[in-house]
Ligand binder design. Sequence first.
Ligand code: SF4
Length: 1010
Amino acid sequence: MQFSLDHKTASLSVGDFSDFALGPRDSFGGPQGLWRAQLGQHWHNELKTQIVREHTVGGTLRPDVLFEVPIEGRLAHRGWSITLTGRIDQIIGPTLREIKTVTRPLPTEESTLRADYPAYFLQLSTYVILLRASALNPPLSALNPQRSTPNCSPLRSELVFVEASSGLAQTIALTPFDEALVHHQLDALVQFLDQQLRARERRRTLHFRPPFTDLRPGQETIQADLRAAFGCVESPESSVQHSGEDSPTLDARHSTAAPPLAALHSQSATILLFEAPTGYGKTGCVLEFALSQLQSGRFTRLIWLTGKSTGQLQVVRTLEQMTAVASSGPRPGQPREATQPAPTPSPPQPASPPAPPTPLSPTPATSNPIGYFKSSRFGRTPGTSTPIGYFDSSPQRTPLAQSNPIGYSGQSTAGKQPNQSTLLGYLLPGAPLAFWQVRNKSEHCVNHTYHCVREGCDYLNGAAERWPGSGLSRYYLDETQPHDLDTLRAAGKAAHICPYEITRAALAFNDVWIGDYNYVFAPDNRGLFFDQPGFDPRTTLLAIDEAHNLPTRVADAYSHRANDTDARLLLAELDHLRAPGPLLLAVEAWTMLLAALQPTDTIDAALESELHDCIERLVRLTATLPLDYTALGPKHSETLWQFTALDEFLADPNLRRLLWCPRAGELNFTCTDATAAIGETLNRFGGAILMSATLQPYATMAAACGIIQVGRGVPAEPSSVGKSDVVPASASRLVGTTRPTTYATLHAPAPWRENAYDVAVDTRVETTYKQRANYYGTTAATIEAMHAAASAQRAKPNVQPSTLNPQLSGSSPSGSELSTLSSQLSTSSASPTIAVFFPSYAYAESVLRALENSNSVLRVALQPKLPDLAAQNAWVEESLALTDALFLVLGSSFAEGIDLLGGRVTHAMVVGPALPEVNPVQKARLETYAGLGREAAFRRVYQIPGLQKVNQALGRLVRAPGQKAKVLLHCRRFADTSYSSLLAMEYQFYREISTVDELRAWLNETPTQA
Ligand code: SF4
């Protein structure tokens, strides 16, 4: 659907119009798939042949018999002009016919068909109205001479239902009542459009405060840098690099020039790789930038993706706090009333040491030191202690205020004064930002069984009819309605409507969508976002957090697995339900194929072809045969529905794939590289920010995400799918023209991380799979020594190397020598906790055994398998209090998702670069990149992911100014340039340790000596 809010026009297809719904639609469960469309086309062709045969005289088809006739018309409704276009299947004289293929047995009761397929009736009725009411179809007028006047047409209309499996047809004639329903549909569409007008006003008058009360060093110019990176303006002093330059920088230069607001509208969209260290506050910074973009009108929506629910909650909380008091007190840009208290300037900050930033975190005491709001968006109550502190009166904000005319500075929004009365007259001053965190469908579920088929779920069956009287529209008509999961579940249960339908209906009215990567990148889930009415990716800003995980996550989303056990169980159940014979035979053939599989790294082409044929047959049968999915149950239904996904996987030209068997009877459909699919999706958006602490090498990241570089512009989608909402005329050049799909890179400066790490590479050991067992003892002893050094540092910060045992001067390290060193260093009863990162559980367990064998008294906690982040956090807290060493696995959520170690762990070891295990998938990926050369392919498949995990883990040890960490990279491979060059810049200035003396000396250096 395209619409212009300025001109109050909308344009959409008749199919989209008849499918349009503000609430739930009737659903029958299961994928529709390509086969359903192909089958529909088959019966269309059959019926066409039949009609041609019946109406051909002397070899000539009657001139008033037409097929696939384009129809276009414009309907005026409640101040809107709506253009509808479509193509009707058949016109035979005065009769319009639309053909619809269904899987249910025919004939059936007309009332049942009307209840189950209302959109089909609406579609045909719309064609009739367009044809009758409009003079826009002169060719049709000519073909229907009886249709002399628009309003007294003798047109008839028939809906022809065709049973998919047999071709049996049932015809239903439409009535005047059907045509009346078109006006109801117009009402629903206009309600939606009016809400979009309201949303535009909401965004234009959006007010928000910065996410931090004080800026951390390095944040001063980040807003200007982000704007420059996005092509708004490029300051010559900016740290932004374009075209994927790969040179990281610690002394990034800053832009101080503020781009004129008009510049925001005049530049092309881009993709930004934004790298910022853990603790930098990139969520707040990017949100501030994104809100300013919504406010300016460059984007109409923000989608924020992150794989972790904790990350999503952080975004929600930050948004709540940035926008919470929009209706309280004077807004930025408004003159303060004389009776209002003057804003209280923030106190001046000490010059040294640099003050840590004050993030808006969930704990009121720490998150909201300026105290200008007390409650969340849900149940918004303006704070009472507000000398409104968000004017940029503090010295820290001043430079940013000058460079940010659209945000919280003294300038009004985009040159506009905030509206007190709006275009529609019902927008309250300070209408809050509307944002929605999307949770999984299963989390919404209130049915006894999570099985979304109509007959099996009373919350789905009949939901469309119940919706209008349910009152659930309040969730999109009122932004202040609480919509946490518990509230949605309770509301859905009370209205007897699936709570997920509330989320689905409300999304179209929200400015910010927060959810998992899958809602944009996974073929099974993306429909929730992409099918939303009015959603246009080209006016949407996409923000992807922890983007270093994106290539893997998307590849996983495209991968599938099948096994003979599931197939056998499905076959037994289908047999029990007396499913149609052809389906039983096909499932049996599938089961036998799987059962015959033996472990192999890749299956041969002949077998793949046979499997594909079988899958195609199964898809065709499940698309055509009526089945009782309620009786079949959720597990077997999923097995059956999976064939559609497998078929699409095998046919998708965007995927690189591997079919292999890890064990007998199991077939893995693994996507080894989803680069093209990611790139295709990213390029649909008007702008994208991919952010993480570890994105370098940028060029590799850009390549892994399928981002096309400068000079390789790709044609944008046809202009017919575009729409203009708040996109200004100057920016509309982006639509329907060639959009240069460049990317920019931005490394956020964090001067407080300089010299925060004291890094050494331990070249005494080798941690390759073949060699590691030779060094378990040394590794165990080194851990003991490191813990002793941490203890000594805590107890006696200035301990000198000369106080240590002189026997340790030999060049051959041994476990006993290091133990002696440990005991000498253990001069305090205070026992700090060190962190030791391993590439795998198995490795960690082996070293744990080595410690036990050496009678170590260290209390070690090996990371457990815990289900959720709260439990993991609790385990870390407990272990920090009660143990001497945390054994963590690189790449796990303990190493990448927990931020409790910053400033609390001063000593850490990384036992080897965490290269991915060698398996058929990695081998296939290596082969994929063989064209790059052996070394480059190895770097891309093994070294970059491995060192990314190391950088992720180490980044969490220093999260704020003043924190320091001593890090031992315990493997000689770290000193190899091909590995060390992939370390983050802060870890590249390391010392090499080749003897125990050197280790001793390094361990005994105090932080000030480092
Ligand atoms: S209530 Fe549960 S089973 Fe029913 S439609 Fe919703 S998610 Fe599916």
